[in-house]
Design a protein around this ligand. Structure first.
Ligand SMILES: [Zn+2]
Length: 108
């Protein structure tokens, strides 16, 4: 699957399209490997098992995400957030900044 439009964010190891700048909600997240971004949509993704994880913002049920093509870890999806002020994250995707690259089609 390919995303149309400018500024696609792709898997760093295989180049598969994962998401795009227009789906970005926030850059203010932290992943396992440093900075991470929150998106409302992602494609070419494999979802792992449900896991309970304690974070600075409370306990969440998440699923780890892998690139569907090369199967490398890329981030996680929020399934359930227990804190009311964190509910907006449910169904959203975290992608680790060091694990994707930005493809700017306007300069290709
Ligand atoms: Zn990949």
């Amino acid at each position: 699957m390919f995303l149309k439009g400018m500024l696609v964010h792709a898997c760093k190891s295989c180049g598969s399209h994962l998401t795009a700048k227009r789906f970005l909600i926030s850059k203010d997240y932290r992943g396992k490997y440093g900075k991470a971004h929150l998106y409302k949509k992602a494609v070419n993704i494999l979802e792992g098992k449900r896991e309970k994880r304690s974070m600075t913002t409370g306990v969440h049920i998440i699923k780890e995400l892998k690139c569907a093509i090369c199967e490398k870890y890329v981030g996680w999806k929020y399934i359930v957030a227990y804190e009311k002020d964190q509910k907006f994250k449910e169904g959203k995707f975290i992608l680790e900044k060091t694990l994707f690259k930005k493809l700017d089609k306007s300069i290709e």
